[in-house]
Design a protein around this ligand. Structure first.
Ligand code: PLP
Length: 378
C-alpha cells in the first residue's frame, strides 16, 4: 500500500459515533470517576483526543513513532531548544528561517546557549564546527529562502559520532517529499502552518521523533511550558494532511514549470530551485527527496529597490504575503518580511540579498501563474 493510501487508512473512525472526520473535542477538562481515575484524559493542555490523533498521524507521516503538536512552528522549535542547558551549543545552518534565527540569538543566547552558524551544504563544515559543547545540530534542507541542500544522512552520522541530536526543519520539503528520520535524524520539526495545513488557515507546529526517552522530555516540555494547539487547529491540520500527497504533486509540477520559465526570462538574473541539474545540491536532493517542491527564489537583473518593489506589488495571482505552503501562490520579500530579523550583513553573507524574491508556488493552473509572473516582470 502506498504511503498516501496508508495514511488515509490510519486516520481513525470515531469509535463512539462512527464519524469519519476526527471529532473536535472542544473541551478544557474531563470528568473523573474518582481522583486520578479517568478515561485517559484529565486536562487539555496535557492531552486532548483531537490533538492525540493528529500527533499520531503526523508522526506516521514522517515515518516516526511519536508526534507532539505545538501552538506554532516556532513553539515546536522552542521546545527542542529547551532540551539544552546553559553552556551547551547549537550548530545551525546559516541560511535559516528568520524566526528561528531570532529565537536562537535573541532569546537563547542570553540564557547561555551558544549558537554557531555554518554553511551546511558542505557537511565538512559541520564536522569542523562540532565541539564537546555541541548538543544540537539544526538544519533546514532545502533552506529558507535560498534553497541550499544539506546531506541529511552524512550530517546524522556526524551527530551520532559526537553524541548530539540532529533536528531537521522539514517544512520546505514536507514529509511527502523527504523523511529525515529515515535518514538518521533524531527530530523533525514542521511549521504545520505551511504544507501540512496547506490552506493558510491555521498556525501550528509539530515535532516527530522515534526515541522514547526523548518523548518523555518533549512531552514534559509541552505540558510544562504549555504552548499547545487548540483542538480546532488540530482538526484543520488533520484535514490538510489528508490531501498533502496530492497537493505536493501539483506544487512540484507547477514549481518545475515556473522555475524553468523564470530561468530563461530576460529580466531574471538567478533562480534558486533545487531541481535544476546544475544546482550544487542537486545530486543530494535527488537522493533524499522524491521531488523538488514548489518553493523557489530569484533575483532580477535590475535589482534596484524600486524595481523589486514594483514586481512584488504587480502580481495578481501571487499574493504578496508572509508564509508558504498553501494552495494559493504567494510572493514574498525575505529581506523585509520573513527574514527581516537577521542583521543585513549576516543575511548578505549567507546569500540572502536585498533584491531576493521568494515564491511559494500554489496549486493553480501553471500557465496562469506564468502569465501572472510574465506580466509583473514586464
Ligand atoms: C522553515 C520554517 N520553519 C519554521 C517556521 C515557523 O513556523 P510558524 O510560523 O508556524 O511559527 C517557518 C515560518 O515561516 C518556516 O518557514
Amino acid at each position: 500500500m502506498s504511503n498516501a493510501t496508508q495514511l488515509l487508512q490510519n486516520i481513525p473512525i470515531d469509535p463512539l459515533t462512527g464519524a469519519l472526520a476526527v471529532p473536535i473535542y472542544q473541551t478544557s477538562t474531563y470528568v473523573q470517576h474518582a481522583p486520578g481515575i479517568n478515561k485517559g484524559y484529565d486536562y487539555s493542555r496535557t492531552n486532548n483526543p483531537t490533538r492525540e490523533t493528529l500527533e499520531k498521524i503526523a508522526a506516521q507521516l514522517e515515518n516516526g513513532k511519536i508526534g507532539a503538536a505545538f501552538a506554532s512552528g516556532l513553539a515546536a522549535i522552542d521546545a527542542v531548544v529547551k532540551l539544552l542547558k546553559s553552556g551547551d551549543e547549537i550548530i545551525a545552518v546559516d541560511d535559516i528561517y528568520g524566526g528561528a534565527y531570532r529565537l536562537f540569538t535573541k532569546v537563547y543566547e542570553q540564557y547561555g546557549i551558544a549558537i554557531k552558524f555554518v554553511d551546511a551544504s558542505e557537511h565538512e563544515n559541520i564536522f569542523n564546527a562540532v565541539s564537546e559543547k555541541t548538543k544540537l545540530i539544526w538544519i533546514e534542507t532545502p533552506t529558507n529562502p535560498t534553497l541550499k541542500i544539506a546531506d541529511i544522512a552524512a550530517i546524522a552520522k556526524i551527530a551520532k559520532a559526537n553524541g548530539c541530536l540532529l533536528c531537521v526543519d522539514n517544512t520546505f520539503a514536507s514529509p511527502a517529499l523527504q523523511q529525515p528520520l529515515s535518514l538518521g535524524a533524531d527530530i523533525v520539526v514542521h511549521s504545520a502552518t505551511k504544507y501540512l495545513g496547506g490552506h493558510s488557515d491555521v498556525i501550528q507546529g509539530c515535532l516527530m521523533i522515534n526515541d522514547t526517552a526523548l518523548r518523555e522530555k518533549l512531552y514534559f516540555i509541552q505540558k510544562s511550558c504549555g504552548a499547545v494547539p487548540g483542538p480546532m487547529d488540530c482538526f484543520l491540520v488533520l484535514r490538510g494532511i489528508k490531501t498533502l500527497h496530492i497537493r505536493m504533486q501539483r506544487h512540484c509540477e507547477n514549481g518545475k514549470k515556473i522555475a524553468h520559465f523564470l530561468r530563461i526570462h530576460p529580466k531574471v538574473k538567478t533562480v534558486y530551485w533545487c531541481g535544476f541539474e546544475d544546482h550544487p545540491g542537486y545530486t543530494i536532493a535527488k537522493k533524499q527527496m522524491r521531488d523538488f517542491g514548489g518553493m523557489m527564489s530569484f533575483e532580477l537583473k535590475n535589482d534596484t529597490a524600486e524595481e523589486v518593489k514594483r514586481v512584488l506589488s504587480s502580481t495578481q495571482l501571487f499574493s504578496l504575503a508572509e508564509s508558504l505552503g498553501g494552495v494559493e501562490s504567494l510572493i514574498n520579500h525575505p529581506a523585509t518580511m520573513t527574514h527581516a530579523s537577521i542583521p543585513r550583513e549576516e543575511r548578505i553573507k549567507n546569500g540572502l540579498n536585498d533584491g531576493l524574491i521568494r515564491l511559494s508556488v500554489g496549486i493553480e493552473d501553471a500557465e496562469d501563474l506564468i502569465d501572472d509572473l510574465n506580466n509583473a516582470l514586464g
